[in-house]
Design a protein around this ligand. Structure first.
Ligand code: F0G
Length: 447
């Protein structure tokens, strides 16, 4: 039985098929351009789309909207220190704001930044600073069938080769993204975190943890890493984060809020000061950083809830259930499922489509046409410069959908697979200049 009940409702409607066809054509076959009213089950992202608790709503009523010295900022700072162990934060309006603040302070033109896998905004911020974002996933991360428990890990071996190539002085930051969103939401072990910390120390780089989904990652560690089987998610999260010099956080994920983020730092040193000044310039004064007092108040409560049992167990459990339902219906999914999303393997689902016809995007469009379900392509369309499978991510908002919604999603995906050989590919007819961000606004046409 679920450990919470619903006391606020938000209607969803499945539009008639012909309206969905018209909406998708109007959107240039890019689901980012769809109005949310036209979507029945929205699995575009787990970011800022979740449901807040009554304690969070109560905290919002007490939000302190002072420009400077807000008590809600103090509440947030205390929650970050308690839950994540970072004593100092530079607040930001969301994760990418924090990325801009931190990477702008850390990275120079011509540098290289290493990451288990860069998320799209991380990649774009590193590139925008004139640096080269290099992914260092472990062998098997791209294999949708390998049952390795920590396919999100960082390959120190690959990273060492890159460092030899580019020169140790040109690598200012080593980043570990937990869970690894661009690698199917796979977890990272604490053992690997320790190795990465030692490696970063060795090359004198700042070790940054992208902590967006730190609680979900800690749950996997508890389940899969024998050393931690008897520890709480809260303890594991603190331990894993303790190895990093800094973190970037999007509150829209494991902060359980609709907006907000921060850079977490250990000391008020030069890096902190540089981030603070950039924060003031780009985000807002250093006791709000683009968040309202109410956002910060809800964020402080959400962070504490994210590591409480049974929340995170149920949250990850729901994702695993959706993966099982899809698998039972013969939909090819990346295994094991990640923490926030199920990733459908569009190359396996639509094998007749060549990769330059964007099978992932074709699957996304069909999910919408078939059942009003919105997912997102994270394959060649989203990441044009990288070699990866054409995965379609079905991300579950936290505490939002119920079993009947999952049932509808699984039936819809199965129906698409059943008539897969009729599905046509797509071509891009208009795209923005910045390749890293093209999937947000490019327009396509069916072939
Ligand atoms: N890092 C990771 C690993 C992310 O998944 C995201 C956002 C960000 C940074 C940026 O945070 O959205 O608050 O600016 N991921 C969302 C997603 C958008 O759909 O996966 P943000």
């Amino acid at each position: 039985m679920r450990s919470h009940k619903t006391t606020m409702v938000d209607d969803v409607e499945l539009l008639p098929r012909q309206d969905r066809e018209a909406a998708l054509a109007d959107a240039g076959y890019n689901v980012f351009e769809l109005a949310s009213d036209a979507v029945a089950v929205d699995l575009l992202t787990d970011s800022g789309t979740g449901t807040m608790s009554n304690d969070q709503w109560a905290a919002m009523m007490r939000g302190d909207e002072a420009y400077a010295g807000s008590s809600s900022f103090e509440d947030l700072e205390a929650a970050v220190a308690d839950v994540m162990g970072f004593e100092h934060i530079v607040p930001a309006h969301q994760g990418r704001g924090a990325e801009n603040v931190l990477y702008g302070a850390l990275v120079d033109e011509g540098d290289t930044v290493l990451n288990n896998a860069h998320f799209d905004t991380t990649r774009a911020h590193v590139a925008a600073n004139g640096a080269d974002p290099v992914d260092c996933p472990v062998d098997g991360a791209r294999d949708p069938d390998s049952d390795d428990p920590f396919k999100g890990d960082f390959s120190v071996e690959t990273a060492r080769r890159v460092v030899e190539d580019v020169g140790v002085d040109n690598v200012p930051a080593v980043v570990l993204t937990v869970t690894n969103n661009s690698m199917a939401g796979q977890p990272v072990s604490v053992e690997n975190t320790r190795e990465v910390a030692a490696f970063a120390d060795d090359i004198d780089a700042t070790f940054v943890l992208d902590a967006c989904r730190f609680a979900e990652n800690a749950h996997f560690v508890q389940q899969r890493e024998p050393e931690f089987a008897d520890d709480t998610v809260a303890d594991i999260a603190r331990e894993q984060l303790s190895y990093a010099d800094a973190c970037v956080m999007s509150g829209k994920k494991d902060g359980l809020v609709n907006a907000g983020g921060f850079v977490g730092l250990r000391e008020q040193d030069d890096l902190y000061e540089a981030c603070r000044q950039r924060g003031i310039l780009y985000e807002g004064f250093s006791t709000y950083g683009g968040m309202s007092g109410r956002d910060m108040a809800a964020f402080a409560v959400g962070l504490r809830e994210a590591v409480e049992p049974p929340y995170v167990e149920e949250r990850v459990g729901q994702v695993q259930r959706l993966a099982g339902m899809l698998d039972d219906r013969g939909v090819p999914v990346y295994q094991p499922a990640g923490g926030h999303a199920v990733y459908v393997d569009a190359n396996a689902a639509l094998p007749h489509l060549p990769r330059d016809e964007y099978p992932g995007q074709a699957f996304v469009c069909e999910l919408y046409l078939e059942g009003g379900v919105r997912g997102v392509e994270l394959g060649r369309f989203a990441f044009p410069e990288t070699e990866r499978r054409d995965l379609v991510r079905l991300a579950l908002p936290r505490r939002t959908y119920g079993p009947d919604h999952l049932e509808h999603v699984a039936d819809t995906a199965a129906a698409v697979c059943e008539r897969g050989d009729e599905v046509t590919g797509y071509e891009i007819v208009d795209e923005p200049e910045m390749a890293e961000l093209r999937h947000f606004s490019a327009r396509l046409e069916p072939l």
